[in-house]
Design a protein around this ligand. Structure first.
Ligand code: HEC
Length: 243
């Protein structure tokens, strides 16, 4: 074996051919699965896009570094599926730019936290985690209820997302700011057009309990409540079939 290698090392062309041969094995192993990607990445025709308010919440989630303690990807392992629900599918992150799968769980996974708790619980938990989970080590984010949400740049955010493939229409981009206001104020005249633009599944309600003011808390809670609910694709395959 080594004798052959010593002889090969003395022949430049032979060695080059050998290197190419060996390196291409690694290449094939990495590249070949990509040819079948259309079979592995599932389709989700019911997939909806994030509303401007949810995008604003997502931006706050990134700003505050929530991803440093929370993942947003349920693995295929049984303990995860039993704790968090159906494992995450690639298509569910289709409109996530950047993705927030995370790599560390100091707190639980949040991929399917939408609808798990009421808005009131989410607000109370963010203002003071210890008020609802006495043993919690999560930091408090009470200023979110006091900070007014800035909505002027949301149109630009949607535009940027469109360049990477999220299907926002001109109409959605032009009305991003008023849609953000409308989604958290059900009695306002802007509220109706949010539903027309983003579909009847859209939740329109005062997420922080105060319809008169649009705060960062509204945005973050709207985002948390939509996690795992953009599509039903993951609920279709039977996740723990072997039971
Ligand atoms: C230092 C780590 C840390 C950071 C940063 C953090 N969390 Fe947490 N989070 C936790 C821990 C630990 C728990 C579990 C105890 C509890 O429920 O408070 C938790 C629980 C939660 C829960 C409840 C999940 C469930 O299924 O019960 C939500 C929702 C949540 N966090 C959202 C957030 C958001 C939003 C942010 C950013 C604004 C954030 N967290 C930042 C550690 C963190």
């Amino acid at each position: 074996m080594f004798g052959f290698h010593y002889r090969l090392e003395r022949k430049a062309i032979g060695l080059v051919v050998g290197i190419i041969l060996v390196a291409s094995i690694g290449g094939i192993v990495e590249i070949a699965p990509l040819f079948t990607i259309h079979q592995t990445v599932e389709d989700a025709p019911d997939m909806r896009v994030y509303t401007p308010l949810e995008i604003a919440g997502r931006n706050i989630y990134m700003r505050e570094g929530c991803y440093a303690c929370h993942s947003q990807m349920i693995r295929t392992l049984r303990d995860e599926v039993e704790r968090y629900g159906p494992y995450s599918l690639a298509v569910e992150s289709k409109y996530d730019h950047p993705m927030l799968w995370g790599s560390k769980r100091t707190g639980p996974d949040l991929a399917r936290v939408g609808g798990k708790y009421s808005d009131e619980w989410q607000v109370a938990h963010l203002v003071d985690p210890r008020s609802v989970v006495p043993e919690s080590i999560m930091p408090a984010y009470d200023w979110l209820s006091r900070n007014r949400l800035k909505t002027d740049n949301l149109g630009e955010d949607l535009k940027a997302l469109r360049t990477v493939g999220v299907p926002y229409s001109e109409d959605m981009i032009a009305n991003a700011s008023s849609d953000a206001h409308g989604q958290a104020a059900p009695d306002s005249k802007e509220a109706e057009s949010v539903v027309t633009r983003y579909g009847k599944e859209t939740s329109v309600r005062p997420f922080d309990g105060k319809p008169e003011e649009l705060t960062e808390m509204d945005a973050l809670v709207a985002y948390l409540q939509i996690l795992g609910r953009l599509t039903d694709a993951a609920k279709k395959p039977v996740a723990t079939a072997e039971r």
